[in-house]
Ligand binder design. Structure first.
Ligand code: ZN
Length: 213
């Protein structure tokens, strides 16, 4: 897997073109990688939504990683995607303008129903795919959709490749830049381990502190 003209090239990498984009990044950006879960039951459903041309839909991301590790790129890496929304961290706001958006196929928060679990859309998931954990922005435990190891391995490799190619300085969760509205990628995702491995020197100030530059 490598990057050629801001596009991923390699076996099994699919490309779609989202119409939802904000033009080229300014010089010096992107410098941040934002990790999301799709909160959807399938990668295909999420990709359709992230490419939805309906006025008012207006969402996209650069990449979607399916549960089997399959990668779909929706926008070239020199183009602004609409994945962050209202966001603030480290003295900056509006993170679409500074960041690449990586969506991971994961249903997010689950709740028990009989002998299985359901997501916010009422779709069923087997009990073996649910993990209990306390979200970093919360105080009580919840159930979350497990990330398969093959998917985590692909996300790790992808983040490493993008960090090297674009001089990425921070890897952040959507839940950290939009803590009032977002809970992705959630406590089932090993965000701290990922960034400690890939960007061990980055400084992650708690929100509200001065810019970590
Ligand atoms: Zn998100």
């Amino acid at each position: 897997m490598h990057i050629d003209s801001h596009r991923l090239v390699g076996a099994g990498i699919a490309h779609s073109q989202s119409p939802n984009q904000g033009g080229p990044f300014a010089a010096g950006t992107p410098d941040t990688l934002i990790v999301h879960f799709t909160a959807a039951a399938s990668a295909g459903w999420a990709i359709d939504r992230l490419c939805d041309p309906t006025p008012g839909a207006r969402v996209s991301a650069h990449l979607v990683v399916a549960r089997d590790g399959g990668i779909t790129q929706l926008l070239p890496f020199d183009t602004i995607a609409w994945h962050a929304g209202k966001s603030a961290w480290g003295g900056r706001t509006g993170f679409n303008n500074f960041s690449l958006g990586l969506e991971i196929d994961n249903a997010g928060r689950l709740r028990p129903e009989g002998d299985h679990f359901v997501n916010w859309q009422g779709q069923p998931f087997p009990a073996g795919e649910a993990v209990v954990a306390i979200h970093g922005n919360e105080s009580q435990p919840s159930w979350w959709h497990r990330y398969p190891q093959v998917q985590l391995d692909v996300v790790h490799d992808l983040c490493g490749l993008l960090a090297a190619a674009y001089g990425i300085r921070w890897i952040l969760g959507h839940e950290e830049i939009s803590p009032q509205r977002k809970d992705d990628p959630g406590p089932a995702f090993p965000l701290d381990a990922l960034r400690q491995h890939l960007l061990p020197l980055a400084h992650y100030a708690p929100s509200g502190e001065s810019p970590p530059v």
